[in-house]
Structures are given as structure tokens and as C-alpha cells.
Ligand binder design. Sequence first.
Ligand code: SAH
Length: 402
Amino acid sequence: MASIFLKPGKEEALLRYHPWVFSGALQSAKGHPEEGDVVEVYSSAGQLLGVGHAQVGSIAVRMLSFEAAKIDVDFWRQKLQSAFRLREKIALSEGTTCYRLVHGEADGLPGLVVDIYGSTAVLQAHSVGMYLARHELAQALRSVYGDSLKAVYDKSAGTMPAKADLNAANGYLWGEKQAELILENGLKFEVDWEEGQKTGFFLDQRDNRSLFERYSRGRNVLNMFCYTGGFSVYALRGGAAHVCSVDSSARAVEQAGRNVALNFGSQAAHEACAADGFDFLQGAAGKYDLIALDPPAFAKHVGAVKNALQAYRRLNALALRQAPQGGIIFTFSCSQVVSREQFCSAIFSAALDSKRSVRILHRLAQPPDHPVNIYHPEGEYLKGLALYVAYGEISCKESRWV
Ligand code: SAH
């Protein structure tokens, strides 16, 4: 196994169990480690700090263990078993057959995502090391789940670093496509992990969709950036008067329609529309008194944060302006590089721009199957606010705070 030695003092982060070694911390290497290799990491004084996957880029090693370890099928099995035990403890409802089993650093498996859809596991590698381990990982998954697992699908083609040049192709590592409806809190969804975005479904909004359901009775609901219609289906079960689902992807909008029909038939009070979110909101003044605003990540790297914050501000100011008296907006950011504080301050600016009276009802986050490793706070990526919107003193005809 190749070894990496850190500069003096650079072991501090690893001694606090932070799972990344930055390239600036490297002093020297022995054994010519290549991207994806398992390497041992040592302090400048020669103390073994652990074992990880080598990478090319600003993160040079992603740690798999903070002690000596042999990285083999048994190692993966133990990690997956421990991830599974956590999911058993978080009380998913009986009517839920989909959840995230592995959430990267939070499960001690940096660079790996595994989502479970009924009897299929969808694996997504975000590092070369995890990609190279995919067959061992599939074997370990089978030993954790036994007969209840029928297929393991690898969806890493779009998430491998482009420079790695591995020609990764998506496909089944084991088993074959299962024709199966997925249940989330008793609601039915078709999930297309082969063609859909991410691993096929946004599992991270499960708890926020449930809360949304509780606000939807009698409301005119807009599910903006609806993808496959998660918030729409919950709103209809919650008794919404009407739901409109909007996404720029025609394919997503069709799927949203199918998911609504699966649960409530073709006569449901629902319409789906392929449109740009900003354009649609321009024409939506006063129409929707419950809005989900769940845009794609506006910033994928630190350099894009400033522009992303501007975009969150503009989008939310528009939605706040259009909300009727007593409207409620669930607004989100899933950009990992945008902090909760930055997001809240963008919403604060949006509120000022809109001249509306805005109150925070709930602070929203990712659910417990997407946990945050306390030693890796960067893992908190989904943040949101549920807002109550009224006319403020500044703008309005109804010049009182209601
Ligand atoms: N709320 C969804 C997930 C949203 S993901 C759920 O619960 O499943 C973000 C979505 O925004 C994607 O489906 C993407 O197609 C859509 N999108 C991206 N840019 C857009 C734009 N400018 N206007 C409308 N939709 C957009």
C-alpha cells in the first residue's frame, strides 16, 4: 500500500476526525499513489493517522478509517451494516420503502451514495476510489440485505470526476431492473433510477413534504421545481383545493402527472406545466397561497456562491411579491457550498426587496437518513424556511401587519 506523509502540524484535522486531507497538507509520498488507490496517511513524525482513497485535486485523500485497516469486502460490509443499523433506528414509517442507506462522509464512506428503492440499491460513486470498489460494494450490499435485495444499479457515469477519464457507464452490477412502485409515507411513486435525475428521486425532501401536506388543506398550491411531483402528491393527500406542478424538464412534468394519477386518479385537481420557474412566477401574482420552491443547486463550487446568493434572492423576492395575504412559502437551497446563514440572509434581502411582512414558521433541513457527521459539518447541505407572508406597512393597501 502506498503511503502519504503530511507536513508538520497538518495532522490536526485528522486527529479531529475530519475526513479530508487537502493537497496543501502533503509533504511527500512513498509508492507512487495514483488516483483511487488506498493509501496510508502518516504525520510528519511518522504516526499512522489512518487509511483513505487518494484523489487528484484540492482534496488529496478521503479517509475511510482513522486506524490501520484492510479495505476489502469485509470492511465494506461492516460499514454498510453500521449504516443500515442507523436507518433501522430512525423510524421510517411502515409505508416507506425508499431511503438513503449511505450518505458519504456521514456514514464513514466519503465519495459514496447508496439509495434503496424497494428491492434495488442504487449506488453512486463520487470518487475514483469508490468507483473502483463498486463490485466489492455490491457484494457487501448483498451480504447485508440477503434475499430482500434483488438488484444493484451503478449510476456513477455522471458523478465521476471528468478528468478521471474512466469511461464509466451506468448499469446493473448485479440482478436486473425490478418493476416495482416505491412507497413514501404510504404514497406511491414510479422511480426511474436509470433515466431520472440523481438516483431517481429526491429522498431528502421526505420530511419537508410531510410538513407541507399539513399546510395544504383548501389551498391553491404551486409546486415550483416539482421534478417527479413529490410535494404535489403530498399536498393532494392533505386536501389541497388545486395543485400546479412546474418544472423546466418536460420529462419530469410528465412523471409528476403520472405519480399524481397513480395516487388520486386522472381526475385529480392537478395540472402540470413545463416552464421556466422565473417566467412562470412572473405571471402568478396572487394565485397560489402555498408554494414549494425547491430549485436545483445554484452553486456547485465555492466560486459560484456569490452569483447563487443573488439568484436565491431574486427568486424568493419574486415568489414573496406574488404570494397573496396569508400565503405560505416553503423555500429551499440544496447547494452544499451555501451555508444556512448565507441562505437565510439571501431570504432576508428578498423579504426586504418584496416589501412584505415575512415570518419564519419552520427551519427545514435534510432528514435523518441523510445525517451530518459532527466532525464534517460541510455535510449539511439542504436548508429551508417555511415562511408566512402578509402585507407589510411599507407597500400596501392593507397597511397593517396581520
Ligand atoms: N422538489 C423536487 C426536487 C427538485 S430538483 C422533489 O421533491 O422531488 C430541481 C428541479 O428543478 C429539477 O427537476 C430541474 O429539472 C428543475 N429546474 C432546473 N432549472 C429550472 C428552471 N429554470 N425552471 C424550472 N425548473 C427548473
